[in-house]
Ligand binder design. Structure first.
Ligand code: ZN
Length: 86
């Protein structure tokens, strides 16, 4: 049986300590000493003009929703006050 060796097999092994206490041993990311799981926090997807636009849109929508919610609670309280008067 012939075993094919991929470049990944020759890669440096991750030395991060696992929860069981031994080294991870997964292939390290190219140019780094840790694997994809232990390489640190992801920097996220690359920002493109459309993703920047979408982010802005989502932030704006969140603010609008918060304002609407505040208005709703304010109206409900006003209604309660008026009901007490009558
Ligand atoms: Zn690892």
């Amino acid at each position: 049986m012939k075993i094919k060796i991929y470049p990944m097999h020759c890669a440096l092994r991750c030395g991060a300590k696992t929860r069981l206490g031994h080294p991870c041993k997964s292939p390290a990311i190219h140019g780094k000493e840790r694997c994809r799981m232990h390489g640190g926090k992801s920097t996220g997807r690359p920002s493109t003009p459309s993703s920047i636009f979408r982010k802005g849109y989502l932030i704006e929508r969140r603010e609008w929703r918060k304002q609407l919610k505040d208005m709703k609670t304010m109206l409900l309280e006003l209604n309660k006050i008026q009901l007490k008067r009558n």
